[in-house]
Design a protein around this ligand. Structure first.
Ligand code: SF4
Length: 390
C-alpha cells in the first residue's frame, strides 16, 4: 500500500468516527474492557488523565454536528444560545449516549453549567459532575482544584470498581504527555508545510482522540504525521491564516474545506483545544494529582474560556500570528458563543494596533451553506495577495 493510500485509509477511519453519533468506537472499547465505564465530557478542557487513571474511557462529546435533527432539544433552551447544548440533549434523548456511565461538565461557560443542571433533571440516576475549574490562578485556586480532581477521581474509580491509585495517575499523565506531543508534531508540520496537512485533516485526526484509548490515538497521530511528511504536494499560492474562536462548538467539516478552497492555508487553529490545552509535558512527581492541578495554573494555553487579562490575550494572539508568519486571522465563532464573541473586540483591537488584517464570521455546527464563507475568505485571500492589505 502506498503512503497516500495508507493516509486515505486512516483519514476515512477518522471521518467515520467524526460522523458517528452512535459512538461505535466507544462500544468496541467497552466490549473489549468488560466492567469498565465510559465517561463523557463536554468541551473545552477536562483533565482526562484522571478519568483514565480511574479505569474509565474519557469520551469527548462535541455536539451532534450536522448529523442530528433537533426535535426535543430546542424545548430545553432559549433560542439565543449556541447549538451544541441542544444537539447534546437531543443525542441524550435519542438514547445515543446511554452507553456512557456519566458525564462531566467543566465550567466552560453559563451554557454548559446550565446544561449540567438540565442533564440531572432529564437523566436522573446517571452520574453527573460539574467540574469547577479555578478562576484564581494561584495557590488557593490550585488547592481548590486539587480537591475537585480528587472528587472526580474517587467518583469515577468507584464506578470502575477500582481504588484511586497514585501510580495509575502518574502512568496516565505520561500517556497523555505522549498524546500532546503527537498533536504538537501534527500542528508543527502543518505550520511548516501546510500543503502537507489540510485543515480538515488535522481536525479529523485530532478529533478522533475523543473516542479512542489514548495510546491508540497517539499511534494514529504519529502514523499520520510520518506519512504526511512523505507527501509530494506542491505549495500553492495561498495566504497563511490563523483561525480562532472554534474551541467549543466545532464548525462543520465543509466549512473547514471551504476555507482552504478559498485560497487560505490554515496554519493554526483552536479546534479540539481541550486535547492541546496543557502546553508541554506534565511531570507527575510524587503527587501526580497536584502536578495536574499545577499544570492547569501554569501550563494552560490562553483561551477565551479561561480568565486572563484582555491585554495579555491580545498580546498572545499577535505573538502567535507573527511567530507563525501568518498573513491574517479569521475569527470563526459559533453563533451566540459568549466567550468567543466577547473576546473578539479586544483581540481585533490588538491585531489592528499591530497592523494585522482579519475577518470574522459566525457558524453553527449544522450550517449547511458555505457560499458566503467562500466569498468572504476568498476576497480576504485575494486582497492580501494583491495589495498586502484588506
Ligand atoms: S459554544 Fe460557546 S457558549 Fe456554547 S457551550 Fe461552547 S463555549 Fe459555551
Amino acid at each position: 500500500m502506498s503512503a497516500e493510500q495508507e493516509l486515505e485509509r486512516l483519514l476515512d477511519r477518522c471521518e467515520r468516527i467524526y460522523g458517528d453519533v452512535a459512538l461505535e468506537e466507544v462500544k468496541a472499547w467497552k466490549a473489549a474492557h468488560p466492567g469498565r465505564p465510559a465517561i463523557g465530557h463536554l468541551p473545552v478542557y477536562v483533565p482526562r488523565e484522571v478519568i483514565h487513571a480511574a479505569g474509565a474511557l474519557p469520551v469527548a462529546l462535541q455536539g451532534g454536528g450536522d448529523q442530528v435533527d433537533i426535535v426535543r432539544g430546542d424545548a430545553c433552551f432559549q433560542s439565543y444560545i449556541c447549538h451544541l447544548p441542544r444537539s447534546t440533549v437531543e443525542l441524550g434523548l435519542q438514547g445515543e449516549l446511554d452507553l456512557l456511565e456519566g458525564l462531566v461538565f467543566p465550567s466552560t461557560c453559563d451554557v454548559i453549567r446550565n446544561l449540567s443542571g438540565i442533564w440531572q433533571l432529564l437523566f436522573q440516576g446517571k452520574y453527573v459532575r460539574y467540574l469547577d475549574l479555578p478562576q484564581a490562578l494561584n495557590d488557593t485556586g490550585g488547592l481548590f482544584y486539587l480537591e475537585d480532581l480528587e472528587g472526580l477521581m474517587n467518583d469515577v474509580a468507584a464506578r470502575a470498581n477500582q481504588k484511586p491509585d497514585k501510580a495509575a495517575v502518574a502512568a496516565s499523565i505520561r500517556l497523555y504527555n505522549r498524546n500532546r506531543r503527537a498533536l504538537q508534531l501534527l500542528y508543527e508540520l502543518r505550520a511548516e508545510a501546510p500543503q502537507l496537512v489540510a485543515a480538515d485533516e488535522a481536525f479529523l485526526v485530532a478529533r478522533a482522540g475523543g473516542q479512542m484509548e489514548v495510546s491508540a490515538h497517539s499511534d494514529l497521530v504519529e502514523t499520520f504525521v510520518s506519512l504526511a511528511r512523505k507527501r509530494n504536494r506542491r505549495k500553492e499560492d495561498r495566504i497563511r491564516v490563523v483561525a480562532i474562536g472554534a474551541f467549543c462548538e466545532q464548525p462543520p467539516l465543509g466549512l473547514l474545506r471551504t476555507l482552504e478552497r478559498s485560497g487560505c492555508y490554515v496554519v493554526d487553529d483552536d479546534l479540539n483545544l481541550g486535547a492541546r490545552w496543557i502546553q508541554g509535558d506534565v511531570e507527575p512527581g510524587d503527587f501526580p494529582l497536584k502536578a495536574l492541578s499545577k499544570a492547569y495554573l501554569v501550563q494552560s494555553t490562553w483561551a477565551s474560556v479561561r480568565f486572563e487579562d484582555e491585554q495579555f490575550r491580545g498580546d498572545q494572539l499577535v505573538a502567535r500570528v507573527k511567530a507563525l508568519r501568518a498573513d491574517g486571522v479569521i475569527f470563526a465563532a459559533p453563533s451566540f458563543c459568549d466567550p468567543a464573541l466577547l473576546d473578539q473586540p479586544p483581540l481585533q483591537k490588538a491585531l489592528t494596533d499591530a497592523n494585522l488584517p482579519f475577518i470574522s464570521f459566525k457558524y453553527a455546527e449544522n450550517t449547511g451553506q458555505f457560499q458566503g464563507f467562500r466569498e468572504q475568505a476568498g476576497t480576504f485571500s485575494d486582497s492580501l495577495k494583491l495589495w498586502g492589505t484588506t
